[in-house]
Structures are given as structure tokens and as C-alpha cells.
Design a binder for this molecule. Structure first.
Ligand code: CP
Ligand code: NVA
Length: 320
């Protein structure tokens, strides 16, 4: 693991990522979720939000609760950060109270500064550039439905955004063949692509970028998309809709080019009639509700990994 923080999904080694996914599966399969009540006993996690959230907020709060810990939810405009206290001072103070912080921020630089100035693990709960906690759930969902990750083809269609960027690392660390089709001005950043390609070189993964969604989806085991207008990009809405529609909508016609049993993933919230048709997201191949549920299980595993260490997480995985 590179450092104490989880900011992009580039940080874990392939083995560490498998450990987190394995522990997620274990937590999910426990018949009584409350059995693990003592895992984080006495520990507190701060949850800091500069943007709205349904899944991230609730899954983190419930995960900490079910592991026997306590969470403090903070909205940036309710704390002094919103009145100009620096990120560094906020990080130093929070580090004296809590054992880890999850932060959803506007600019990625903010979560990086939080990490640099804090002494406890910082988890990126979404920035403009990355959404690593989402991709943990996406990977767990994929492995549940397809029985493996290595060698699967995943097609990303639409905006080369924060979720796509963390997928570049998620795919390269797990040996997935990841094909992203985006309009030319909306491709993922080239530095992220090249560092993901470097990792893929040692895992058997593959990262390819293209413009044609049909090419990306050809023979895919999983097709995924996300909103065309991420939080913070509302002023670009009109231009984005023009650039993405109708070509980049995941609909029945596009899905018919993927494998017959291909699944459809979407991190949610979804916009039916924009990035995805109602028939696809509400259809038989959609796994979006499993994906949303898996946020809870993967968050539990991630918290254990970061707060108890690799050995602690491994012993939980081995335990009864
Ligand atoms: N997928 C996701 O992160 O959802 P929220 O914005 O509701 O947290
Ligand atoms: N790309 C989306 C993800 C929402 C969970 C956004 O940043 O708004």
C-alpha cells in the first residue's frame, strides 16, 4: 500500500486489492451482519461532505455502526472550514479526535492536502478526479456476477470522469480488459491512462481508449456508464448533452453488441433517457442495486484494511 490513504485506487498492490475484495465478500456473506460489532469498537470515523451524497453517506455511517464504531458526519458549511479555516489546520485537528476521515470534496487537491496534513488515514469519498470507493463496489459486483475479474472485458461509455479514472486503476490492478469510449474532449487524463497502462503491463490487464461506443462494447462482459454532468459541472450541461447524445447513450441497441449475458453497471444516481435508457437500467441485465448494496460491504472491508492494517484485515478474512 502506498501510504496511509485511499485517494485514487492506485494505492493498493494487486494482492491488497484482492484482500479488500475478499473481506468485502466475507462481510456480505455473514448471515448476521451485527456479528462483527467489536471490529472497530472504540474507533471514530469522520465523514466530511462538500457535496451531496446518498450512497456514500449512508453506506459509511451504517458500515461504521455495524463494525461497532462511531461516525461523525460533517458538512463543510457547518464547520470552520466553510469560513476559511485552512484544510491543513482542519486535518491536524480532526486527526486528534478521530481514527480516519472520509471526505467528499470539490477539487481533488483538497483531499490530497487533507491527507498530507493528517496523521490518520484519509479516504476520498469522491473528488472531481477520482471515486475509488465506488470502484471497489463495482469490482465486487463484477466478480459476483462473472466469477472472476482477470480477462473480463469492461466497456466504459460516456464521460471520462472521476469514476472512469478510478476504474483505470481498478482494471489495471485486477487484470481487466478496460475499453473506454468517450468523445475526444471528454477522454480521461493522459497521465492517469499511462500510469494505469504501466500497472496493466504487469497484471495482464489492458487499457484502451476510443471514440466509438460500439467498438468498446463489442464482446463486453460488462457495460457501464455514469452521468454526463457530474457534480460541479452544471454550467457545462448544455454543451455536454450535445456532445454525448444520442451517440453515447447505453440503450438496448448498444447492449446488443455486448455478450448476451453482459451485465450493466452504473454508480448512480442515474438519468434515464440521458446516459442510459430505462429499458437497460431497469432491465434483466442491470445489476445496479447489487452495486449500490456492495458499497456497504466494500466500505467495511476498506475501513478494516486502513484502520487495522493489512495483517488485521487478513486475520479477519481468515477468522470464523
Ligand atoms: N455512487 C455514489 O457515490 O452515490 P452518492 O453520490 O449518492 O454518494
Ligand atoms: N460522476 C458523478 C458520480 C456521482 C456518484 C459525479 O461526480 O457527480
Amino acid at each position: 500500500m502506498r501510504g496511509k490513504d485511499f485517494l485514487t485506487l492506485e494505492e493498493p498492490s494487486p494482492g491488497e486489492l484482492q484482500l479488500i475484495l475478499g473481506l468485502s465478500k466475507k462481510f456480505k456473506n455473514l448471515r448476521k451482519r451485527l456479528v462483527v460489532k467489536d471490529v472497530l469498537r472504540g474507533r471514530t470515523v469522520g465523514l466530511l461532505f462538500e457535496k451531496p451524497s446518498t450512497r456514500t453517506r449512508v453506506s459509511f455511517q451504517v458500515a461504521v455502526h455495524e463494525l461497532g464504531g462511531y461516525s461523525v458526519s460533517l458538512s463543510s458549511n457547518e464547520i470552520q472550514l466553510g469560513r476559511g479555516e485552512t484544510i491543513e489546520d482542519t486535518a491536524r485537528v480532526l486527526s486528534r479526535y478521530v481514527h480516519a476521515v472520509m471526505a467528499r470534496v470539490n477539487a481533488h487537491d483538497e483531499v490530497s492536502r487533507l491527507a498530507a496534513a493528517s496523521t490518520v488515514p484519509i479516504i476520498n469519498g469522491l473528488s472531481d478526479l477520482y471515486h475509488p470507493v465506488q470502484v471497489l463496489a463495482d469490482l465486487l459486483t463484477l466478480t459476483e456476477h462473472k466469477g472472476r475479474l482477470k480477462g473480463l472485458r469492461v466497456a466504459w461509455v460516456g464521460d471520462g470522469n472521476n469514476v472512469c479514472n478510478s476504474w483505470l486503476y481498478g482494471a489495471s490492478l485486477t487484470g481487466v480488459d478496460f475499453a473506454a469510449a468517450t468523445p475526444p474532449n471528454y477522454a480521461p487524463p493522459s497521465d492517469v491512462v499511462s500510469s494505469a497502462q504501466k500497472i496493466a503491463g504487469s497484471t495482464g490487464g489492458r487499457i484502451t481508449l476510443m471514440e466509438d461506443p460500439r467498438e468498446a462494447v463489442e464482446g463486453a462482459d460488462c457495460v457501464m456508464t455514469d452521468t454526463f454532468v457530474s457534480m460541479g459541472f452544471d454550467q457545462e450541461k448544455e454543451a455536454r448533452i450535445k456532445a454525448f447524445l444520442p451517440r453515447y447513450q447505453v440503450n438496448e441497441e448498444l447492449m446488443s453488441r455486448a455478450k448476451k449475458d453482459a451485465i450493466f453497471e452504473h454508480c448512480l444516481p442515474a438519468h434515464r433517457g440521458e446516459e442510459v435508457s430505462k429499458g437497460v437500467i431497469d432491465g434483466p441485465n442491470s445489476v445496479v442495486w447489487d452495486q449500490a448494496e456492495n458499497r456497504l460491504h466494500t466500505t467495511k472491508a476498506l475501513l478494516c484494511f486502513l484502520m487495522l492494517g493489512k495483517a488485521g484485515a487478513a486475520s479477519l478474512l481468515r477468522g470464523r
